[in-house]
Design a protein around this ligand. Structure first.
Ligand SMILES: Cc1cc2nc3c(=O)[nH]c(=O)nc-3n(C[C@H](O)[C@H](O)[C@H](O)COP(=O)(O)OP(=O)(O)OC[C@H]3O[C@@H](n4cnc5c(N)ncnc54)[C@H](O)[C@@H]3O)c2cc1C
Length: 398
């Protein structure tokens, strides 16, 4: 399946451009330009979410009945492309891209009625409590325990690598409710209020010096059973369902944006006095990346079409996740060649909105932190090795 465009789509593109021109402030665009991670700082993310929410364009992928836009696949692609072109800030992904779609598929009517509007309005910001020390790739070995106590569970244990937990007021978590049978069968899926007594969040500072990661501790935390999604001990099915939303993202758009920036930066002489666009070696690396980007784009469109038809893309998400993460990392490496010595300057103050003046060109500023931050792409959400294992088993039947 290949997305094709017609005149109506081009007029839709104009509408999107007009909306972006009129609604994006210079601060929001600056925040988008300086974004170096999946995560945007909360102020710009909330401001942009609010604008999209009021326009009704916040969750194009959700069914219309729950706030979706009822756009065609092409229109969704055009919207994402234009957002990238206009440097829109990111929005908090865990609720809008993962928890919301999961609740639409698996939540009770009460859970949907309560949580979905709060996700859309930004009242609830979610984080994901899956990984534990000793349970990452082998997630099913998780030990955080939820013991039944009347209408509640009492939760004890710890979650690690919990992105943006310091800004979240809700966490969706996998907990152990039984030690009998296969490990996958004793897991339940809980929605937990981060303000519950007994929860502590401790920061973990990452490679490029920012605070995105945390360890979350649960000490006798009381969680109502009404906050369980799916049946008791069947949380693994919910987690697998949610994972296909987590593993799929339109990475080609981000990649294409980086490649087009690199092409124009490479036209200018860098601080070593070299315009890399003149180098045959550089051009051949760029061309190889463009070809890979094209292949990823087509594959993403196939997955989108499957999701749209209510089908489960399953293992293809794993292939795409591994390939697009590795391609983005290759592009990051080449981007550092473009900025030469300036790529080495550590300047977090200049990355803030209205922050200090950068050393070197502003366009170089996000490239080194992005390079460092994107090392996580082949780990988070399932490492590249684990994705390959899935492909080997499910597609190659090895
Ligand atoms: C930036 C970042 C953000 C994250 N955010 C979250 C979050 O918000 N919530 C959350 O729950 N988790 C989060 N994670 C955790 C992430 O899901 C885990 O890091 C990931 O699943 C890998 O688990 P691990 O770190 O325990 O590594 P391990 O599982 O210990 O793996 C270590 C190494 O061994 C390899 N390996 C392991 N098993 C196999 C195998 N069977 N075959 C071949 N190789 C194997 C891995 O590929 C890896 O290279 C985040 C991680 C990162 C880096």
């Amino acid at each position: 399946m290949r997305i094709t465009k017609n005149d109506t789509d081009e007029s839709f593109r104009q509408d999107v451009r007009e909306f972006l021109e009129s609604s994006l402030t210079e601060e929001l665009r600056e925040a988008g330009r300086k974004k170096t991670s999946i995560w945007q700082e909360p102020e710009s993310a909330a401001a942009w979410q609010d604008i999209l929410y009021k326009k009704g364009w916040l969750v194009p992928d959700w069914p219309e009945a729950y706030g979706g836009t009822n756009w065609s696949l092409t229109q969704r692609y055009i919207f994402a492309q234009e957002c990238a072109r206009y440097d829109t800030p990111g929005i908090a992904p865990m609720g809008l891209k993962m928890c919301g779609p999961m609740l639409i598929g698996y939540g009770t009517e009460e859970q949907k009625a309560h949580y979905l509007p709060r996700i859309l309005s930004g009242e609830d910001i979610w984080c994901q409590g899956y990984s534990e020390p000793g349970a990452g790739s082998d997630l099913a070995s998780l030990k955080t325990a939820a013991v039944s106590d009347g209408d509640d569970y009492i939760v004890n244990g710890t979650k690690i690598w919990t992105s943006f937990a310091q800004h979240a007021n809700m966490i969706f978590a996998l907990v152990r409710t039984s030690s009998e049978g296969k490990v996958q069968q004793g897991i339940s899926f809980l929605l937990i209020d981060m303000a519950s007594p007994g929860i502590t969040v401790k920061p973990i500072i990452n490679l490029e010096g920012s605070h995105e990661l945390n360890q979350v501790f649960f000490d006798n935390v009381r969680v109502p059973k009404a906050n369980r999604v799916g049946k008791e001990n069947d949380g693994w099915s919910v987690a697998k369902y949610l994972l296909q939303f987590e593993r799929f993202s339109m990475s080609s758009i981000e990649l294409r944006r980086l490649l087009s920036r690199m092409r124009s930066m490479a036209e200018e002489a860098n601080d070593a006095g070299i315009a890399l666009a003149q180098s045959a070696d550089f051009r051949s690396k760029m061309d190889a990346l463009e070809i890979d980007c094209e292949a990823i784009e087509v594959s993403e469109q196939r997955v989108l079409a499957q999701l749209d038809a209510g089908e489960t893309p399953g293992t293809v998400s794993s292939v795409l996740n591994a390939i697009s993460s590795e391609t983005l990392q290759r592009a990051d490496e080449l981007a550092l060649e473009v900025c030469a010595y300036y790529g080495m300057v550590y300047q977090p103050e200049a990355l803030e909105v209205a922050g200090a003046a950068p050393v070197g060109p502003e366009s170089y500023l996000p490239l080194m932190p992005s390079f460092l931050n994107n090392r996580m792409r082949t780990i988070a959400g399932g490492s590249a090795e684990v994705q390959r294992n899935i492909v080997a088993k499910a597609i190659l039947q090895l």
